[in-house]
Structures are given as C-alpha cells and as structure tokens.
Design a protein around this ligand. Sequence first.
Ligand SMILES: Cc1cc2nc3c(=O)[nH]c(=O)nc-3n(C[C@H](O)[C@H](O)[C@H](O)COP(=O)(O)OP(=O)(O)OC[C@H]3O[C@@H](n4cnc5c(N)ncnc54)[C@H](O)[C@@H]3O)c2cc1C
Length: 559
Amino acid sequence: MEETTVVIVGAGPSGLALGALLGRMNVKTIILEKDTEVCEDPRGIVVNGDAVRISYQIGIGEGLTKRIGKDISVLNFHRGNFRQSPFMTFDIRDGAKHLIRTSWLVGADGKRGVVRKKFLEPEGVRQVEGEWTYVGTWVAANLKITTPTPESHPEFPLWKLGYTPQQVHDTFWPTGFYFCNDDKRPQVSGRFGPAGSGFWRHEYSVEPEDNLDDVQGHLWKIFGSWMIIPGSKLSRTLAKTVVEFPRDCIDVIRCRPFTFTVKVVNKWFVRNTMLIGDAAHVFPPFGRQGIACRIRDAQSLAWRLAMMSTISVLTTTRERILEGWSQERRHAWKGAMNATRLNGSIVNMWSFFGGLLYRIVMRLVWQFPILARLRTHRAFRDKLAFTHKTCPDGFFLDGAGVGGRKVAQIRVRKQGQAPILSDSAFLRNLSHLSLLVFVRRDSPAVEHAQIAEILKVADLPRDMLTMEDVTLYFIDGSSSETSTARPEPGLEAYYPCTTEELAGEGITPIKGYHHTSVEDRYGSSAKFVLVRPDFIVHSVASSGEELLANLGKTGEYFR
Ligand SMILES: Cc1cc2nc3c(=O)[nH]c(=O)nc-3n(C[C@H](O)[C@H](O)[C@H](O)COP(=O)(O)OP(=O)(O)OC[C@H]3O[C@@H](n4cnc5c(N)ncnc54)[C@H](O)[C@@H]3O)c2cc1C
C-alpha cells in the first residue's frame, strides 16, 4: 500500500494550488483527479487580488501573466455593449487501482464533490445559504477569434481605410474586461488567455422568456449585434453602412448555461478531512473572486498541514488549529462574497431609475480624476483583516499585537544585488514562520546572539522558527553604512527599493507602489514582525521582551 501525508481529491485551481504549496513544503502529497486531460476550455478566466501574489509562492508567478494569461489592467462597466524539474507528477494511468494510506484528506473536488457528499455529509456537513441569496442562470461562451487578413477576406471594408489586421482585431475585440447592462439583461465580456491567443469570453444572464434549446443560436441572437459597428463611427466614407466582423473568424469553443448560487459549508472539516474551494463554498463570478478565494483556502491550509505533519499535535490542538483556519476562511469568503455582491448589484441593476441615477453619479465622479482614483483605490484595496471578534481561534494577536493583517509586498534587495519580491526574501521557508527585524537609522546594533537567545528561551519546535527564518530589514534610508547596526554573518539583510531604484533596473512597479509600505502598517516603535507563510502577520513587538511574550503565545497555540 502506498503511504502519503495528504490526499487531495480534485485538480482544479484549489487542489492544484494546495498540492503545489505542499510540494514546496516537502509534504508528500497525492492528487486524485478524475479527468485525464487538462481542461483548455476554462470556466474561471480572471484571477485577482493576492491569487497573483500566491502564484509567485507556488512558483508560477511569471508564467501566470506570460504563458497562462495576461495582466488585465482595465475593468470596464458599460451600459449596452462595449465597444520549472517537476516537484509534482500526475499519474493518470487508466483503470489502475491503488490503495493509499494518508494522514489528511482534502476535498478540492468542486461543488458537487464526492469528499463532502460521501465522507462529510453523513457527519452533518452541508453547503447552506450564505448571507446573500442569489440564484441565477447565465450562458457562458468561450470564443476563439482568428484575425482576418486582406488575403482571407479581400472584401472587408476596413482594408480600404488602411486598417492592419491587428487594428481590425483591436477594434472589434478591445483589450480590457467589460461589465455591461441594458434594460433587458446584464452581460460580461472580455479577452482572456495569453496575449495574442485570440480567446474571448462572453457571458449573459438568462431571462424567463429565453429558450435555450439551441444555445449557440441564442448566443448569436444576443451577441451578434456586438459584432456590428455603424460605418459612420469608423469613417465618413462608410456613413450609412455597417461593418460586421467576419463570422467565420469566430469559433465557438464552448457555450452552455451555468446556474450560480451563494452557499457555504456549515463546517469546513471533520477530524482529518477538510474542504476547500468550490467543495466548501460557491458564489457567482460577477466579482471574478472565485479562483482567488479558492487559492487562498489552499494557501492558508497548506502551512498548517505542513506544521501539523511535522510537529505532531494533540487532537484538541488539531481541532483548534483547523477551527481557527475555518473561521479565517469563512471571514475571507464573506469579504469575497460581498465584493461579488457589489459588482453583481451594478451588473444586475434592474431598476430603470436606480440604474440611471447610478450611472449619472458615476459619470460625474469620473469627471474628477481625484475622485475616480479614490473610488478605484477603495474598490480594489485589500480589505482583508482578521480579528478575534470574527475569528476567535485564529492564529494571530490582534489589537495592540497588530497581527491579523497581511504584510505588504514590495521589491527589496541585498546590498549590491538585483531587486526581488519581498515575499521571496522574507518568507524563505514556506512551512515556517518568519521573523522580520526592522533596523532604523539610529537603532542599536542587532546582534545575532541576542535574537538567537530569544528564540532559545521561546523554545519553539525547530520546524516552526529558526535563525534561518530571521531577516534584518533596513528601513528609513538606513543601510549597513549609515546604521549603527550591521548585517551580521548568518543573518539575511534586505533593503527596500525605491521607485527610482527600480526604474534604474528597468522595473516598472505597480501603480501605488511605495517602498515604505511594509513598515507603514505599524507604529514607529515596531521592531519585530512575526509573519505566517500566508503573508498574515501573527504579531508585532517593540522590544525583545514583547517578542518573547509573542513567541510564548505561539508555542501555547500549537501545544
Ligand atoms: C461560467 C463560469 C465563469 C467563471 N469565471 C470566473 C472568473 O473569471 N474568475 C474566477 O475567479 N472564478 C470564476 N468562476 C468560478 C471558478 O471557476 C471556480 O470557483 C473554480 O474553478 C473552483 O475551483 P475548485 O478547484 O474549487 O473546483 P473545480 O474547478 O470545480 O475543480 C474540481 C476538480 O475536481 C475534479 N473532481 C471532481 N470530482 C472528483 C472525483 N470524484 N475524483 C477525482 N477528481 C474529481 C474535477 O474534475 C475538477 O478538476 C467561474 C465559474 C463559472 C461556472
């Protein structure tokens, strides 16, 4: 019989993310997937928020925006329409039977998954309605667009206007993502996949009067007019004509209805069996939150499983750890669901006057760049924060402990080396906690021996935090030259990169980048920041004594 530490059922986004993370944490994992082919006709096409950040931790960060997809920098809401050797191996031998003994079983097998149904429902686990009730059917179509050329379509009118094939493509299939609404139905449309792949997604809500016997025919009825542009909009010479994108250049890869609901499990685990992803919760894709929320389920479970597998915990401790995990996940799910609900309320705006008023106000707001920037910042800022009020068993010290929020990610460098993402600098061992030590211009020297003594007294298991997990972080312009503190041998030392430094290296930081973002989240006395592998800060301390107290609470939590 084969032995493993974790069995994951389902190789969708949540199962694969968990498997990849556990692989990086050296936890033996087997993923069982019923499909034998990789699905190249996806349902989820947009990932957002820290799913992209987590993808770097998984090891596919660069590929995500170059080979799998591309950056979507613009989301548009419209009325009407728009204008690396393997660390994981899959064995898909057909018909072979295996017996596997495992310590942990994770159901990542989607909303109708067998793990919940077969193992957890008899124990009283159910997907129940969330705070928001929504049931709706949408048609989702994946299209593959071929670009016409003067050779393939000599009669196409735009060649005469000097259009190149690429310009024709961009005119009919513009970059960005479009949330559109008219009086009849909400629709969502936009490019997906790697740049230049020609993939396009169109989704629209199904209304009572719709007949879906011929779904593809229905798609053309709804979407056909989006492919026609009045000639007058393109050139005066084409006035009174219409220009239609050649239909034979549009291949419908998949077109079918999906029913969306809002549901979440009343319990996320029973003993050693857990649920993540759609197996645990579902909500509609209006907010494009689905995959991100599922990947976060996986990331926040992976390090807990890795720690519990190496430090051997009592049953009561296991229950507390998993209870804390599920409380945090439920809280995060609620946040993602609320974002979905907000987006949905815009896309599904049915009241004529309510919709009109909303659009007038938003058009007004967008006349003022400052207001537009403020609103964009509010809509896209990371609002996730855990407190013991919402997550009583969560692993963080909130309040004055200022834990429960993510550590910011910026670009950092070692003296004389190229900039790297701070997550890969600070969180070097993915199954351990990390200790960030802020070094300021006039702060006293930070000695290796002093930190080593604190860790020795705290007496945490070696698989949780060691001196190799400590990083000196030189802030407020301090460096080994300007600070009384020196990066000591055996201690990793990093400096934040300013926008100017990055520009000098040919790196364009993201909008809103600020090199002080990491320390800005804490008071000026903050010195020791204890960070979990999932970017969440456990606690912040101003002195060695406070750090020792925080480490003491860490030890108690896992005892
Ligand atoms: C039309 C549509 C559009 C969407 N658009 C977006 C979007 O743009 N952005 C976004 O973030 N989300 C979107 N979503 C939601 C997103 O697709 C899901 O939330 C996400 O796929 C869930 O991932 P998962 O890994 O939990 O489950 P799934 O993706 O459902 O994966 C489950 C896996 O388990 C396997 N499996 C099932 N049963 C078994 C079994 N018995 N044994 C072995 N394997 C099994 C399945 O074959 C599958 O591979 C969309 C959903 C739909 C329907």
